[in-house]
Design a binder for this molecule. Structure first.
Ligand code: AMP
Ligand code: TRP
Length: 342
């Protein structure tokens, strides 16, 4: 059975993009794969995190995994810092990856901003740790949102260079799983910007714990344009919205994409149903759908977060099982590198 690995950072404000782009897809993979889902706290501290909030946010991501339907008996759920094998392999990868590769990473440029000199060294080598997360289990399939594609290509490059440098076929070449129509959910306030945890405006994102009133309000106030909704003629031969059409009405296509993902309908079906409607009636339908689909998940997350002992027990058990898998792979890798061990 091939192995799946993915991770989400405990940096707060878990949002609809995290759910539709990533977490939602983790659930069905449990039926067909050996699945490992991590709360990547080591990645989170590449930018400053308040310690008490980091603990709370680690439990929040764990609660989101559980509330979305990941079964902690079948899949492994744990937080990264409890499995030191990740950091140990990451060091080896720091010595495999080239500066030139890291210099091309767009997420580093975005997160470091203008004053790059002030970014942490951890933020720079972030993709090497991500490669270690995946390869310390020899996972082959990695479900993520579109923004992680470049990091997964780097993971392939690291695996390939390691194998080549040491003349082995040790690490597998991974397959990114970038699934569905909502691999890049945009801000509700600006259709050109990604929905993100760090946007200062809470109105820009739907969070996984928003209650019914917040969901309805955010959708009602989401930015739109004056035209009625388009029909299926905007789709090209491949069933996609052409880039030009999307650029002209980014907010409209973002909301239509969210509707399709939550309703589990093809975009062509959504466009046929909504064609010619004004935003006011579409938004009402979208709010009702969001309340029906996300409401129960948010409610379950809140219930779980009220019982931190139970959440921590899931992480402890997961970490133990994760170490059983990672330990032997790391040892073999250390032998290949030439480290003497007792
Ligand atoms: P992060 O919050 O950066 O740890 O991201 C966790 C997962 O959510 C990753 O697989 C991301 O690719 C995905 N993700 C984050 N933001 C979005 C977004 N706006 N749309 C779709 N997927 C996203
Ligand atoms: N970098 C990812 C993000 O921000 C999170 C992550 C860390 C990850 N390690 C991973 C995702 C390994 C997939 C596999 O979204």
């Amino acid at each position: 059975m091939s192995r799946v690995f993915s991770g989400v950072q405990p940096t707060g404000n878990l949002h609809l993009g995290n759910y539709l782009g990533a977490i939602r897809h983790f659930v069905p993979l449990q039926d067909s794969h050996d699945c490992i889902y991590c709360v990547v706290d080591l990645h989170a501290i590449t930018q400053w995190q308040d310690p008490a909030e980091l603990r709370a946010n680690t439990r929040e991501v764990t609660a989101a995994y559980l509330a979305a339907g990941i079964d902690p008996k079948r899949a492994i759920i744990f937080n990264q810092s409890q499995v030191p094998e990740h950091s140990e392999l990451a060091w080896i990868f720091n010595c495999v990856a080239r500066l030139g590769w890291l210099n091309r990473m767009t997420q580093f440029k975005d997160k470091a901003g203008k004053d790059r000199e002030k970014a942490s060294a951890g933020l720079y080598v972030y993709p090497n740790l991500m490669a270690a997360d995946i390869l310390v289990y020899k996972a082959t399939h990695v479900p993520v949102g579109e923004d992680q594609k470049q990091h997964l290509e780097l993971t392939r490059d690291i695996a390939q260079k390691f194998n080549h440098d040491f003349g082995v076929e040790f690490f597998p070449l991974i397959e990114p799983l970038i699934m569905g129509d909502a691999t890049r959910v945009m801000s509700l306030r600006d259709g050109a910007k990604k929905m993100s945890k760090s946007d200062p405006s809470d109105m820009s994102r739907i969070t996984m714990t928003d209650d019914d009133d917040a969901l309805a309000k955010k959708i009602r106030k989401a930015k739109t344009d004056p035209e009625p909704l388009p029909g299926p003629e905007v789709l090209d031969a491949a069933g996609k919205v052409a880039d030009e059409a999307r650029k002209a009405r980014p907010e409209a296509y973002n909301l239509l994409g969210i509707y399709g993902a939550l309703a589990e309908k093809e975009l062509s079906t959504v466009l046929t149903e909504m064609e010619g409607q004004p935003f006011s009636s579409f938004k009402q339908q979208l709010a009702d759908l969001a309340i029906a689909t996300l409401g129960p998940i948010g409610g379950e997350m809140k219930r779980l977060m009220a019982d931190p002992g139970a959440v921590d027990a899931v992480l402890r058990d997961g970490a133990e099982r994760a170490r059983e898998r990672a330990g032997p792979i790391l040892k073999e890798c250390q032998d290949i590198v030439g480290f003497l061990r007792p």
